[in-house]
Design a protein around this ligand. Structure first.
Ligand code: NAP
Length: 325
């Protein structure tokens, strides 16, 4: 087993790995970590379906990838994760093609936006980050189950430490909206979803939740100066290794290539078979109570009852039950 860490890059993870004949689907592939994930997987020979909601942005990202990987085998999928009907239409088309999906990387995300709702009336961060991926994944399950050693990777975050899911008020109807609390709930949901997938599907598939680190991407597009300041203070307070970290404005930013490395590792390594369902960070298995800026997580994200209850609530919210038990 190779030993990796915070500065390991996507290309280092994939050194000597041949992904020809493997089909990956990556949501949120039109920028940031999603785009870098697609670039890296393509450079190792994978076929990759790039999914996002904006056709022009997706095409531009695919063009950038083809500049560095001329033979990249890319497909484009348009879906708005904040719109259940868009997800259903897309999944139906994918299933009609009958092409297996070996690995689904649920990477799309929105962070700390003002209170907004999805097309179906769900609070935007929970609706997009969790419910959209919950529905997409479950609808695509026949294609995933027919894949070669199938895997589902869910992008979470150290932001799970802000809050666990609120099963009584997922849409902030009775609690006062807070942008960071909402992000935390949605990123905790990504981990509960991962754990429940593994509980339901056992050894039939692997699933991991990933904290990528702190990387400068478009994710911060909704940050006000106040929300930004809160984030800087929080990340600085938990940074124990600022000497090692690349200091930029006080934040230990990772490069894009190091940021996307953990999800690429989770999607491709054979070293995680004994850790199915784990939370990962810095290309390592998570540690309960460890530093959240690295691979540390809070114990509530491994609560089996919460994971089961979130699955049931999510089924009610998308008004569809999924057969696996
Ligand atoms: N960057 C970090 O420091 C960091 C830290 C922890 C966790 N993460 C997680 O990493 C993941 C990737 O984030 P990133 O930093 O790469 O951010 P990003 O550059 O903003 O990329 C997010 C992607 O998600 C897509 N997306 C957002 N809403 C969507 C929707 N309703 N339907 C379909 N696609 C949608 C975006 O498309 P549009 O441009 O069209 O909106 C974009 O392609 C997220 O899940 C995030 O929570 C990032």
């Amino acid at each position: 087993m190779k030993i990796y860490g915070a500065e390991t890059t996507t290309d280092e993870v994939l050194e000597g790995v041949n992904l020809q004949g493997r089909h990956f689907m990556v949501t949120g592939a039109s920028s940031g970590l999603g785009e870098e994930t697609v670039r890296a997987l393509s450079s190792a020979g994978a076929t990759v379906t790039m999914v996002a909601r904006n056709s022009d942005k997706l095409d531009a990202a695919a063009d950038r990838i083809r500049t560095s990987v001329p033979n990249a085998d890319l497909q484009i999928g348009l879906v708005d994760l904040a719109d259940l009907s868009s997800i259903r239409t897309y999944a139906e088309n994918v299933l009609q093609d009958q092409a297996p999906i070996d690995v689904l990387i649920n990477n799309a995300g929105i962070m700390a936006c003002p209170f907004m709702t999805t097309k179906d009336g769900f609070e935007m961060q929970f609706g997009t980050n969790h419910l959209g991926h919950f529905l997409l994944t479950n609808l695509l399950m026949p294609a995933i189950r027919s894949g070669q050693s199938p895997r589902i990777i869910n992008l979470s975050s150290a932001g799970h430490t802000h809050a666990d899911v609120n099963l009584d008020d997922p849409n902030f109807e009775t609690s006062e909206y807070n942008a960071w609390e909402s992000y935390g709930r949605s990123k905790s949901a990504n981990i509960h979803f991962t754990r429940e997938l593994v509980r339901r599907y056992g050894n039939e598939l692997q699933s991991f939740a990933v904290h990528p680190g702190v990387i400068l991407t478009e994710l911060g597009r909704h940050l006000t100066p106040e929300l930004m300041q809160e984030m800087v203070e929080r990340v600085k307070a938990r940074s124990t290794s600022s000497a090692e970290a690349k200091e930029t404005g006080g934040l230990p930013f990772k490069s894009m290539e190091a940021g996307a490395a953990t999800q690429v590792w989770a999607a491709t390594t054979d070293d995680l078979k004994e850790s199915n369902g784990a939370y990962l960070g810095d290309c390592k298995v998570g540690v309960e109570g460890g530093n959240p800026s690295e691979n540390g997580y809070l114990p509530y994200i491994y609560n089996e009852d919460t994971a089961k209850a979130l699955w049931s609530l999510s089924e009610q919210m998308v008004q569809q039950q999924f057969p696996a038990n």
